[in-house]
Design a protein around this ligand. Structure first.
Ligand SMILES: O=c1ccn([C@H]2C[C@H](O)[C@@H](COP(=O)(O)OP(=O)(O)OP(=O)(O)O)O2)c(=O)[nH]1
Ligand SMILES: [Mg+2]
Length: 156
């Protein structure tokens, strides 16, 4: 017998005035890691992103990320592949104590202007565990086989 229990954390979200009528963020498949975020730009005034330019695109929602987790805002590969559209600060970090509107910092690395219309799925957000470390200054780092070797020190 299989006992199914829903162990997913709850994500409370608050719809803002500019989010009225927008679909909620959605997991587009059963196993999708990220929920797609939609552009809450004005329906009558799409954002035109010129090549090389960036824009902070509103999503229309406040997300109450559960304590012990973060939201990671990441690009959608289809938009990146087809149009060169990506998130400049990827992954964007949404703190669990942030109570402002989640926004997506998009940049057009393609050759053509890109039109961002209302409701367009512009990015995705992954909910991931995030722990805070106890930060403790000490005088000397402990010895390891790697030591200070990095940046290719183990070869190719
Ligand atoms: O893509 C992003 C990245 C951040 N944020 C919001 C949520 C996050 O909790 C807050 C702060 O982000 P971050 O710590 O990356 O920016 P900062 O430059 O360090 O700003 P702050 O001094 O406010 O922490 O901004 C977004 O809406 N979208
Ligand atoms: Mg910060």
């Amino acid at each position: 017998m299989t006992i199914h229990t829903d162990t997913r954390p709850t994500l409370n979200i608050i719809r803002l005035a500019n989010g009225q009528g927008l679909d909620l963020p959605t997991y587009e498949s059963k196993g999708a890691a990220g929920m797609d975020l939609r552009a809450a730009v004005d329906a009558d005034a799409p954002t035109i992103l010129q090549p090389g330019k960036r824009a902070l695109v509103p999503t229309g929602f406040v997300f109450e990320i559960p304590e012990g987790f973060e939201g990671q805002v990441r690009p959608r590969s289809g938009l990146a592949f087809k149009h060169g559209l990506t998130c400049l600060n990827t992954p964007g970090t949404i703190d669990s104590d942030y109570r402002g509107e989640v926004k997506v910092l998009l940049i057009n690395l393609g050759e053509e202007p890109f039109e961002i219309t209302r409701g367009m799925r512009i990015a995705q957000m992954v909910i991931a565990p995030a722990i805070q470390a106890h930060i403790c200054e000490i005088s000397e780092a402990s010895a390891t086989a790697r030591g200070a070797g990095g940046f290719g020190s183990t070869g190719v």
